[in-house]
Design a protein around this ligand. Sequence first.
Ligand SMILES: Cc1cc2nc3c(=O)[nH]c(=O)nc-3n(C[C@H](O)[C@H](O)[C@H](O)COP(=O)(O)OP(=O)(O)OC[C@H]3O[C@@H](n4cnc5c(N)ncnc54)[C@H](O)[C@@H]3O)c2cc1C
Length: 592
Amino acid sequence: MTVYNFPYKDASFLISEVLGFDRMCEEAGLEDMNSEMVAAILDEAGRLGSEIIAPLNSIGDQKGASLDEKGVHETPGFAEAYQQFVESGWPSLNASEAYGGQKMPRVLGAAVAEVWQSSNLAFSLCPLLTGGAIEAITVHGSDELKDIYLPNMVSGKWTATMNLTESAAGSDLAAVTSRAVPEGDHYLLFGQKIFITWGDHQMTENIIHLVLARLPDAPTGVKGISLFLVPKFLLDENGQPGERNDVYCVSIEHKLGIHASPTCVMNFGDNGGAVGYLVGEPHNGLAAMFTMMNDARQGTGMQGMSLSERSYQQAREYAKERLQGTHSDGTRFPIIEYPDVRRMLMMMKAATEAMRGLAYIAAAEIDRVHWAKDPKEAKKHAERTGLYTPIVKGWITELAQEITSLGLQIHGGMGYVEETGSAQHCRDVRITTIYEGTTGIQGLDLVGRKILADKGEVLQGLLDEIQATANAMSGIDELAGQASALKNAVTSGREARAWLLENAAQDRNVAGAVSVNFMMMLGYICGGWVMGQSALKAIHLLKGDGNDESFLRAKVVTAQFYVDHLLPRADSYLATVKAGADSIMALDADQF
Ligand SMILES: Cc1cc2nc3c(=O)[nH]c(=O)nc-3n(C[C@H](O)[C@H](O)[C@H](O)COP(=O)(O)OP(=O)(O)OC[C@H]3O[C@@H](n4cnc5c(N)ncnc54)[C@H](O)[C@@H]3O)c2cc1C
């Protein structure tokens, strides 16, 4: 069985030093929150993750969820682990205090989420979706719905799901056809949803489904979709689960990875109608769902990073143990001695640290939106969050495919067979570029809504900030080379921005054709920025006494590796952006 340990040093360094967590909390008036507390919380989460949740990862892979006439049965051991997770108070970490939550900063929530996701992605999806539903109800639900449902969801006593997708409505949610018919103080829902994560299980006594459906008078398209809360069990007069509601899982998918996460086909209303309650305004359901988008999409980016970390840890241990060479004195040596294995390990280490840094920076930006005292400041942080989100989701999950694949490669043939568990990470991570909006949808969101819509102004601000980091690095001899590479990357970013603004207006295919490459380019530049900030901090701390010299030196070297081997990709993406749409769109559909 493979061991997992949360990378405390890197996480704490990023939160405390790079993000300046204590100063952030002070400015936000969170007097009782500080880096020491973060360390204690991460330590606690790390223990539960390593000891209880991670050991269930390969068990869940081998014996996934199953369905019989009583419903979906989760992998044996999951219910007990979930119980411990609830008893330790983890579901309530980020939720509002009004419903029993602890309202901890989002960036801390992101670090804690890494523990669950690295330990066991399939398990982590259940509380993750519940968190999203809590947020949707908190922001859009009536006081009555909040009072009735939120306390038990926040405590983790009940879990929740998101029911958006239908067989004809995937990326294009305008095509949703599920119906909701008014009946007294509630609605009756009819329709079928597919691919619903943790749509059913036996771990809790109720499951709260959030469902997109159309009212009878709904306009067509995305503006005619409403959001409903549909409990698995209707509540009795004491607020306890009573009568079974007309919503059932009718099948579960057999799929590439995350076998322990049941992916359910959910039928609503086969026996007269599933009772549901409107959340928010009629016809405004998609907007309600989209308020959680930054969280959910950044959370999916975190999943890519978390599995990259898990895969890295496993590959690192294997590389130290696997003897595959003989010294002249006859002693055998491990594969970590080979430069090419070092290259792969450094790729894994540098990419994962860059991903983690960017994911934390983006999560902290969500905190800044909530903490801003001035609406103008809040708007600025919200716009920056909007820019980061598709990069965190798109770039990290795409890069994670390569990183987990390198993890398998380091294992040689043992990676390809299931025994080592390395293949599971590749299979599990594959979904992250698909759900919560495919990579293509992230690219369109970035280029269309976040860059072209404001003529590249917010992007300009980010590039200026990266340039400022590069300027600060130039003043330090040891970082001068890294600084000039980062400056070049910023110049490439500016060139791509200008090219996009000029060309997207002239050819309607341009934005769609270049968007994913544009997003990948920005991802690599942001990664360089994070590594640059880390190197700056490390050099500063190395001058002081009592700091972890080995860790800090490794940070500077890892940043150098990033500049040498990952940052140059920004330039090749620039070339693909500037190639435009011509050769992409030149063939007729029947020439394929
Ligand atoms: C394991 C798993 C768990 C899931 N969990 C949930 C869940 O809990 N709740 C839920 O509601 N859904 C869930 N989903 C559904 C998931 O969100 C969708 O699969 C995803 O949104 C993509 O939709 P689709 O599969 O219909 O693909 P399609 O939309 O058919 O896309 C196919 C391809 O076309 C591209 N494409 C489509 N439209 C565009 C466009 N406008 N521009 C450019 N390219 C485009 C896509 O990028 C993709 O490459 C889950 C799916 C899986 C596999």
